[in-house]
Design a protein around this ligand. Structure first.
Ligand SMILES: *[C@@H]1O[C@H](CO)[C@@H](O)[C@H](O)[C@H]1NC(C)=O
Length: 458
């Protein structure tokens, strides 16, 4: 391990000394590690001095990238664009944008794919998890690769994709407002990216998709679309395994194999809100300070988060019992719950019936609350029986059928409906039409994949 690290260091120094023109002399295995260093060290990610004077969605810089999506896309670029974080401060965020080989007929259709970065560490930025051959291959394997079927499906449909780093430059995991804003502004940004959308953008439609941590961002995108995103032509969103209410989820995660997600959520919220961070410093034990440091550092990506905190009682890191009932934590938990606004845009929401990671009841409670308050169109599908990572795969056919309808303006569903099961199945011909052969094959290839304590069985 040490020798690999020093090899990589030597290679990066060589590249810096020789300049990028010489990068072709680097051994292919190391090429991307040098070209796309850790986001913390990569100047591409740095905000410019004039950030505050830029408009929302304005592109600051761009570069072509090699991604794990590979030849399924006609082109892939990273763009750095201006957005706002959860407290309304300007932020510079990277999004990865893709063009399909054969755009769908008619005006451009854009899908924002929100990846589950699920980490309070900027080292783990979602954009970096889409690059093969980086110095953190496990982040690519856990955050990027399991979402490849969604990328293949959107590209096969002829849609443009924007995958923003919705946690922003402070890695504000599970902070909702910033995620929604970064995602909506990323749609404005791709509309301005001529290298991706070469045709006229007149009449375009856009939508969002995400699973798990990405679902939280997609849900916030949908919620904020009619306020913050009102200038966009945004048609709705499909999301599965969604955190609607933080408290029951963190409580369920605590002491479980996925306890690290809860700890990372608290660390990420504290990254977003200084008052919360200051409060935590007054109650944290030394082992909690060490845990926060780890969750925010180079070891803070999901694979380590799951491994390091397996079964841990994250509440034991602080001196106060029932810490999330204290006024300051309570305030920020509530601020980041979904449901302040009633959904004006259609949603297809799906969830595992026996979800051991993201509590199932809280999404049903959210659905009931939204429907009682008059949400325009929500379809909730409960996959029965299944554990958390199963609908990531089995939910794709109904999610993409729904996305196709909203992007083409022909969804015929008003009000609320809740169903059991996810149909059509992945092996149906309807799934092949909705997703394309490559996405179906990549979905089946995920069968048997182990994420933390769960094996994806379907
Ligand atoms: C943190 O330290 C406290 C006090 O020593 C201890 O009771 C608690 O179990 C520790 N928590 C973890 C998760 O190690």
């Amino acid at each position: 391990m040490r020798s690999l690290t020093s090899l990589l260091l030597a290679a990066s120094c060589a590249a810096v000394l020789l300049g990028t023109a010489q990068s072709s002399v680097i051994e292919p295995r190391l090429y991307n590690a040098v070209r796309f260093p850790d986001p913390v060290d990569d100047p591409f990610y740095k905000a410019p001095a004039n950030l505050a004077s830029l408009s929302r969605g304005e592109i600051i810089r761009e570069r072509p990238v090699d991604t794990i999506v590979g030849a399924a896309a006609k082109s892939a670029h990273q763009i750095l664009y201006r957005t706002e974080d959860s407290v309304g401060a300007p932020d510079a965020v990277v999004a990865t944008v893709f063009a399909p080989h054969k755009p769908a007929p008619g005006p451009p259709k854009i899908l924002a794919i929100l990846l589950p970065q699920d980490s309070a560490s900027f080292h783990c930025s979602a954009s970096w998890a889409l690059i093969p051959g980086t110095t953190n291959p496990l982040n690519t394997a856990v955050v990027g690769a399991p979402n490849l079927p969604a990328f293949y499906a959107a590209l096969a449909q002829g849609w443009y994709i924007v995958a923003p780093d919705h946690e922003g430059s402070k890695a504000t995991f599970i902070a909702g407002p910033g995620a929604g804003r970064a995602s909506l502004d990323s749609i404005s940004a791709i509309l301005q990216h001529k290298a991706t959308i070469t045709a006229s953008t007149a009449g375009y439609t856009s939508a969002a998709y995400g699973y798990s941590g990405g679902a939280h961002a997609a849900a916030w995108t949908n919620q904020l679309a009619s306020s913050y995103g009102s200038s966009l032509n945004f048609a709705g969103a499909a999301y599965g395994g969604t955190v609607a209410y933080l408290r029951p989820v963190i409580d369920q995660l605590n002491k479980s194999p996925f306890a690290g997600f809860g700890g990372a959520g608290i660390a990420g919220l504290a990254n977003a809100y200084k008052e919360l961070d200051d409060y935590i410093k007054t109650v944290v034990r030394p082992n909690g300070t060490a845990a926060l440091e780890r969750l925010r550092g180079p070891q803070g990506c999901t694979h380590n988060e799951i491994g390091d905190f397996f079964g841990k009682d994250v509440y034991s890191y602080v001196t106060v019992p029932n810490v999330l009932d204290e006024p300051i934590p309570k305030k920020y938990i509530e601020l980041n719950n979904l449901g302040k606004d009633v959904l004006q845009k259609p949603a297809f929401i799906y969830h595992a019936a026996t979800d051991e990671v993201i509590n199932t009841q809280q999404i049903i409670d959210y659905y009931n609350d939204q429907c009682k308050r008059g949400a325009s169109s929500i379809q909730l599908a409960i996959a029965d029986p299944s554990t958390h990572f199963v609908p990531l795969v089995t939910g794709l056919p109904p999610a993409f059928i729904f996305l196709n309808k909203i992007l083409n303006g022909n969804l015929d569903h008003k009000g609320c409906s809740m169903t059991r099961g996810l149909v059509p199945s992945l092996s149906s011909s309807a799934a092949k039409t909705a997703l394309g052969q490559q996405a179906v094959a990549a979905s089946f290839a995920l069968r048997g994949t182990k994420i933390g304590s769960e094996t994806i069985n379907f």
